[in-house]
Structures are given as C-alpha cells and as structure tokens.
Ligand binder design. Structure first.
Ligand SMILES: [Zn+2]
Length: 444
C-alpha cells in the first residue's frame, strides 16, 4: 500500500480531445457544474471542485461522465485565461483547448506521485523463455533426426476467457479517499481479488509435443527455437522454448567442426606393409580403408596430430570440479595461467627434483602435488570450482602416431549437408616390445 495521487493515465475513457461542445454560447454551465456563482473566486472554485471531485470520483462509485464534466469545468475556470474566453464565448471560445485528461487534472489538483505505468505506451512484455539442453548423439547429428519432446506449459483457459477484474475495474489497484478534517487522503492499495493484475483469468496446464529437428551437421550447442511456446499471460507475449543441442561423446568418433577423427592401433608390420580395415561409419555404412605399403610410415605434414592439444606438448588430463586434498602440497603458485603452471612442472620443479603428478587450480591459486598419477586419482574428491590437472599416462608418451586422411567422409556441413568434412584415422603404431622406436635407431 502507498499514499499518493490517483494513477492518472489509467482512468478508462477519459482521454480524447474536443468532446461536448454546446451549440449556444452557454457561459454558465461550468459554474453550475461546480455549483458556484459567476463571481466565484479562484479559491471558491478550488474548494468546490475538491468537494465534488471526491464525491463523484469513479473509484468512490461516482459517475464517470459526471466526474469528467466537473473536471473539465474546473480545468477551464481555474485558468484565468480560459475562464475569460469561456465567459465571453462559452465552450466555443475554447476551440483550441480541448479537454485535458481528467485523471491528470485530478492528479495535478491533489498532487502527483504514485503514477502507475505509462498508459498505452507501455512496451509489451514477454514471458520467460524456457531453455532446455537436449542430448544428441553424433549419429543423430550426422544423419539428422527428429526428437519428440513433451512440454507442459501454462495456457490461458480460453473457454473462461480473460475478464476485467470487477473489484478494481481492471486497474489492479483500489483507491480509497478518506477525509480527515480538512485533509483528503488517498490510499491506494493492490487489488486483492486479482493480485494487482487487473484481470481475472484462469490458466490450465497444457501438454504439447514438440518435434525438434536436428539438422544434418548441426553444430554442438546449436539452438532450436519454438516461438511463443512458453507460458501464456494476457498482458505479455509468450516467450520461446529453446532447445540447446548438446553433442554427446562418442566412443569411436571425435568431431572437430566438420572433420571426424578415429583412433586405431596398428602393428608395425601393418604400418610398413600397408593394411586394410573396416570401419562402421556414423550412418551404419561399412567403410573399407586401405593403405599402400609405406604410406603410413611416411610422416604426414610434420607430425601433425589434431587430437593432441598442442604439437608435441605434454597432454595433461583435465578433471573439472575435483581436488585431491589428502595429497600434500609441495608448492603453490599465485597464478591460474595453465600454460605457466604446466611449464613450471616440466622445468623449474623438475629441476628441483620434484615430480609433480598433479596440480589443482582454484579461483586464485594453483597447488602442486608430488605424487604419481595413480595416487592423485585415488585421492580425488569432488570440489566445485577446483580443477585437477593430471600428468599424462607415461605410456601415452611413447605412442607413435600417424594419420591417414579419408576425404569427404567427415560430418555433413551445417546448412550445406552435401558437402562433407574429412575423416582422419589417427593410427598409433604398436612397436613390438623388443623393438621400440628408440632401440630401433640404436640398432641401425
Ligand atoms: Zn482487481
């Protein structure tokens, strides 16, 4: 509840210009309306209006037309210029001064404040968008698919319709005018029967099934939007329902843009002599991939390995929201720059004889742990906001990786599904135990 003037702009049917002009030069009507005589002083007019406005105010059950008339009379007679014109020519003389907004005048009279909204100029709002993640497999993104999603939303019960609240005439507030001796006080409070909405309407739960089309080659994070499918409200446009496609990890294929990567192990013999392998593609087709003798042994474009984070840098394993508090910190750093931290592990700390198996980064700091990879993993605890960086599996370092490109067998390109990316086989050559790459060179 608050005290203040009446919300001027919201008086229904009181705006407009130039209504109600008498044909004869009647110069007494306004005086009669205010029940004052022709010689009434400014303060008489004011007093008279105050009394009548309170009596006839529509919020007090008064007649709207009557209220409008007396307000118009007051508007003219309280303005010495307009009053002079009226006294000479009647309402005809006020041709260019159409009646103002009765509400505004009333408000100006009783003092402003507490004005609600901006009348018709108010921008139409939207109800809240509903955003939902939708898990999509790489197969579905490759071939395109349609997912049926059921949503439950609040809709306006159209059978019952939207009615203006009878308690407050659709204004959402109730105004009480209280006389306290010479003072008049307006008390405005939210209408209880409509909760300040000004409307009474009923909503019902509506279940709808939306068909979400996953387009061929749709990128991870792609948004599929259903316009105006969120909750309904009589005073707002319904918001949108938005599905965000979340690409799921695939056991075999990794995606980078339109390119696909598959990792395989081959033997040294296969690498040297050529091989063929069958690969089941994302759409179920069987691809037969063949290499020529010697093809794999030739390093492709300077040992380019798209799955390694950066060329030949140690690839640390990252575990989000994790810490290993039971492993003692051997050092800490006031930086969270990952590259600097990795470098510190691989150089400065190593030179001091500290073998960091793991470092943990929180919001401000990094903590280095002297342990093995396995010890860090065994001590792992969930901790929001912390990230564990684990030294890579030492066996992975020995991997000798090569790549074979299969043209146009990657993902369809989004928006041009006839154009495909490439498929790359990342081949890890398994050397026989007795013949590692190092002792191979030593032997020759
Ligand atoms: Zn109401």
């Amino acid at each position: 509840m608050f005290f203040g003037g009446f919300p001027g702009g919201d008086f229904p049917g009181m705006g407009g210009k130039g209504g109600g002009r008498s044909k004869n030069a009647d110069t007494t009507k306004f005086y009669k309306l205010l029940e004052v005589d022709k010689n009434a002083s400014e303060s008489d007019i004011k007093k008279a209006y105050r009394k009548l406005a309170v009596k006839h105010h529509p919020d007090k059950g008064g007649d709207q037309e009557k209220f409008k008339e007396i307000t118009r009379a007051y508007e003219v007679l309280s303005d010495s210029d307009k009053r002079a014109k009226y006294d000479r020519f009647g309402e005809e003389g006020l041709e260019n001064d159409g009646p103002g907004d009765a509400g505004d005048i009333f408000e100006a009279f009783f003092g402003g404040g507490g004005r609600r909204g901006g009348g018709g100029a108010r921008k139409r709002q939207k109800t809240k968008d509903v955003v939902q993640n939708l898990k999509v497999t790489l197969e579905q993104m490759y071939s395109g698919s349609t997912k049926k999603m059921a949503i439950t939303r609040q809709v306006i019960d159209k059978k019952k319709g939207v009615q203006e609240c009878r308690e407050c005439d659709g204004r959402g507030v109730k105004v009480e005018v209280v006389r306290m001796g010479p003072m008049i006080q307006q008390m405005q409070s939210q209408c209880h029967s409509c909760g300040g909405q000004g409307k009474s309407f009923q909503t019902k739960q509506d279940r709808e099934v939306l068909e979400v089309h996953v387009q061929k080659g749709a990128p991870d994070g792609h948004k599929v939007t259903f316009r105006e499918m969120a909750d309904e409200h009589p005073d707002a446009d319904a918001g949108d329902v938005v599905f965000v496609l979340k690409q799921q990890e695939h056991a075999d294929f990794k995606r980078k843009g339109a390119d696909l990567y598959v990792e395989r192990k081959i033997s040294l013999v296969e690498a040297l002599c050529g091989f063929q392998m069958e690969l089941t593609h994302l759409d179920g087709r069987k691809l037969l991939i063949k290499t020529q003798p010697g093809e794999i042994v030739k390093p492709m474009s300077q040992g380019f390995d798209p799955l390694a984070k950066e060329d030949n840098k140690t690839e640390w394993e990252v575990i989000e929201d994790a810490d290993c508090p039971s492993v003692e910190n051997v050092a800490q750093a006031d930086t969270t720059d990952i590259d600097t931290l990795k470098k510190a592990c691989e150089t400065q700390l190593k030179r001091k004889g500290i073998d960091v198996g793991c470092f943990v980064v929180d919001g401000q700091r990094a903590y280095f742990k002297q342990c093995t990879r396995e010890e860090a993993l065994a001590a792992k605890k969930t901790r929001r906001g912390s990230t564990m960086y684990l030294i890579p599996d030492p066996d992975a370092k020995k991997a000798f990786r090569m790549m074979k490109a299969v043209k146009d067998e990657g993902m369809p390109t989004y928006k041009n599904p006839f154009v495909h990316g490439n498929l790359f086989l990342i081949l890890t050559i398994e050397f026989p135990d007795s013949l590692s790459p190092e002792n191979q060179t030593a032997a020759s």
